[in-house]
Design a protein around this ligand. Structure first.
Ligand SMILES: *Cc1c(COP(=O)(O)O)cnc(C)c1O
Length: 712
């Protein structure tokens, strides 16, 4: 069906051959991440060999190849387990046999979704945060909707960094080799059996990239990788690290992703109906499209060639601050990308396309401006972000009023089968009707939550919290011992957390605008919350970018509270935040806190995930929350903008603590005769029924299909 099928088939056959006959179906399952959102997928692999499953980071290929043969033989003799494997295999086969969705895309002309990162699963470490997780959720939802799509990205050999916090609260980074030979992916070969490659002109070198394929359900994700023997040492390094600190290498990555991505699609024989550039990183691809649009046409009719390019590109912007949209000066761009600029025809044109004011030669050039100019349609990722983006990019559209700037919005959503886990998934599967996940974007589907008895909803909430507390106890103790903390403090991490206690989560990329520091600006109030009469417990996690020293200092400031009375057993910072930890946190926390400095949160998605687990939101009215909050489905902090940051921080922290002290804590403890907090459960219901359908990836992707991929 898609290029690389025969490579996948070969890998599956090779793996199957090493397995006992009754378990051979596992080989095919292992090479398609569809198992990751099937109800019994992860549990089936875990049951094979729980320790190895954990140790390999839930990597099915490694688990199958590394587990002892004796254990495989033993499982193969277990009829119930074999039946389970067969059920899973049947489910995945049936999923692939569904007809494709009738839409602007077709299997012959799929959407090419291009992004610098993809967060598909913890065992595929090529993502850093929200942008990548969203991209992964989009591929999964395309598979569920049978919307013809292929993904295009980079295979980073060492991915994003891993995090350690030292005893002073300072973050350190290290990188691990992902070794594609042990990932559930295959190298796409050309007709002659050799690796299919493309070249990309960067830094005076024709850098060779090979292409890996990872299956995300029905969507193949093609990943370029420059770790090839033909390349110089610099060339081989290009796809080493996600969000590499070296700016020149970052430019090289964007060339490989953009120009290389378009070339890879062509080498694979894929003719996309449209290229969807998710954030500006792949935008250099427009020059490769331009070179093609010009080929065989009379010189001089450049406008027609550009029309053809724009017709093939749609763009989603994610960054509502000018400073967050990377820009580069000519003396950085031209040495690395001079030959990419040649594709544009002339270097001045190349630079001008990326400037805010194209005529101002002193301005740096960036990829958002380029992508906005080179796409037929552009969108932001929430209603408020749309307003911010139109004002911010208005200078690109001289003569247009802000409301007339052609940037719309498609509010983000999350892939429900991925993020709805544990007891709440079991509960909703029982009550929302067979096949309800395929109708997860309809309010009627979620209305059934109103008929679930309060005691059952509360029991699911408590069971999910219990699972979280067990995980926190394990991880907090290990993290603390590794840091070299005193034994008593490490043990408090294990024994202090209580499965019955109100649990508040804050976990996300630790960019300063996310304002983790608000929790530390009024230390006496924070400590009173955890050590008071009705104590709450806090779980934190998140990574600061290695170069973001300010954000690292914030983590240190929060850590400084660890010695206060009662805190050791009621607050934990869990190291090395990733997609797996995110899943556990959003499933278990009662309240999910988000404190962005408005209007800098484009959307935010972790809150949407937490809603699915019955978590309640307490957030600044920014990003998705500005359109989601209805006065009764969570709690809100004013989202107006104050130029005086310190004053705003003080005001917002006061609002946060007032809400926690006066509303959240009392409501959690207001129980009926059976111990059920009726008002709390009512708010959970309202939250699930109002947010569930609206912030599902299904609603989001249908909007992309109807309003963006389809020609207006
Ligand atoms: C969902 C998610 C994010 C995004 O979180 P926000 O609060 O929306 O910024 C970041 N990292 C991981 C691992 C996630 O799963």
């Amino acid at each position: 069906m898609f290029p690389g099928d025969s490579d996948i088939e070969r890998a599956v056959a090779d793996l199957a051959q090493t397995l006992p006959e009754p378990l051979r179906a596992l080989a095919r399952i292992a090479y398609d991440y569809r198992w990751a959102w099937s109800a019994d997928g992860a549990a089936t692999f875990r049951a094979l060999d729980p320790d190895r499953w954990a140790r390999t980071g839930a990597n099915p290929r490694r688990t199958l190849t590394e587990m002892p043969h004796a254990r495989l033989e033993q499982v193969a003799g277990d009829a119930a387990f074999v039946a389970r494997v067969e059920r899973l295999a049947r489910e995945l086969r049936a999923d692939r046999e569904r007809p494709w969705l009738a839409c602007a895309a077709s299997p012959e002309r799929p959407v090419a979704f291009c992004c610098a990162e993809f967060g598909v699963h913890g065992s595929l470490p090529i993502y850093s945060g929200g942008l990548g997780i969203l991209a992964g959720d989009i591929l999964k939802e395309a598979s569920d909707l049978a919307l013809p799509m292929v993904g295009v990205g980079l295979l980073y050999r060492t991915g994003y960094f891993h995090q350690r916090i030292d005893v002073t609260g300072y973050q350190h980074e290290y990188w691990l080799d992902a070794d594609p030979e042990r990932l559930p992916c295959v190298r796409v070969s050309a007709g002659d059996g050799q690796a299919l490659t493309v070249t990309v002109p960067v830094n005076g070198e024709d850098v060779v990239a090979q292409i890996w394929r990872v299956d995300v359900g029905r969507v193949p994700l093609y990943l370029l990788d420059t770790d090839r023997p033909e390349n110089s040492a610099v060339g081989r390094w290009i796809t080493s690290r996600l969000y590499e600190s070296n700016r020149a290498i970052r430019l090289a990555q964007y060339a490989v992703l953009g120009v290389g991505g378009v070339r890879a699609l062509r080498a694979l024989g894929i003719q996309p109906c449209v290229h969807h550039f998710n954030e500006g990183h792949p935008a250099l691809g427009v020059f490769e499209l331009l070179a093609h649009a010009r080929a065989g046409r009379p010189a001089g009719d450049d406008e027609a060639a550009w029309r053809r390019v724009r017709d093939q590109v749609v763009f989603t912007t994610h960054t509502p601050v000018a400073a967050g949209n990377e820009t580069y000066h000519r003396n950085e761009l031209l040495p690395m990308l001079g030959r990419v600029a040649d594709l544009a025809g002339d270097h001045e044109r190349f630079l001008a396309l990326g400037r805010m004011d194209s005529a101002n030669r002193d301005q740096p050039s960036g990829f958002t401006a380029l992508a906005l100019r080179a796409s037929r349609q552009a969108n932001a990722v929430s209603r408020r972000h749309g307003e911010v983006a139109r004002a911010m990019w208005q200078p690109l559209f001289p003569g247009r009023a802000v409301e007339g700037v052609p940037i719309g919005h498609v509010t983000n959503g999350v892939h429900v089968p991925t993020w709805l886990q544990g007891p709440m998934r079991e509960l909703l599967d029982r009550h929302l009707g067979a096949g309800w996940l395929s109708r997860a974007d309809r309010p009627e589907t979620w209305a059934a939550v109103n008929d679930i008895p309060a005691a059952e909803l509360w029991a699911a909430r408590c069971a999910a919290r219990q699972q979280l507390v067990e995980m926190v106890a394990q991880r907090a103790t290990g993290d603390r011992l590794r840091r070299g903390e005193p034994l008593a403090y490490a043990q408090a991490g294990g024994s202090g957390f209580d499965p019955g206690r109100l649990t508040i989560g804050f976990a996300r990329r630790l960019a300063t605008y996310k304002r983790l520091h608000l929790l530390a600006v009024m230390p006496e109030r924070a400590v009173a919350l955890v050590a008071g009469e009705r104590p709450v417990q806090f779980v934190f996690a998140g990574k600061a970018h290695p170069d973001d020293h300010e954000a690292k200092e914030v983590v240190r400031r929060v850590f400084a509270l660890k010695g206060a009375r009662g805190v050791a057993g009621r607050a934990a910072f869990l190291e090395d935040y990733d997609i797996a930890l995110a899943g556990q946190l959003v499933a278990g926390c009662d309240v999910w806190v988000n404190l962005p400095r408005p209007p800098l949160e484009a959307s935010g998605t972790s809150g949407m995930k937490s809603v699915l687990g019955g978590g309640l939101q307490l957030s600044v009215l920014d990003g998705w929350w500005a359109e989601a909050y209805d006065g009764g489905n969570g709690w809100a902090i004013d989202g107006s903008v104050d130029a005086d940051h310190a004053a705003q921080d003080w005001r917002d922290a006061s609002a946060l603590f007032a809400l926690l002290e006066q509303q959240v804590v009392p409501m959690f403890h207001d129980r009926d005769a059976d111990g059920v907090p009726q008002r709390w459960v009512a708010m959970m219901r309202r939250s699930l029924t109002t947010h569930g359908p609206r912030f599902s990836a299904k609603r989001m992707l249908r909007e992309y299909a109807d309003r963006v991929y389809r020609r207006g």
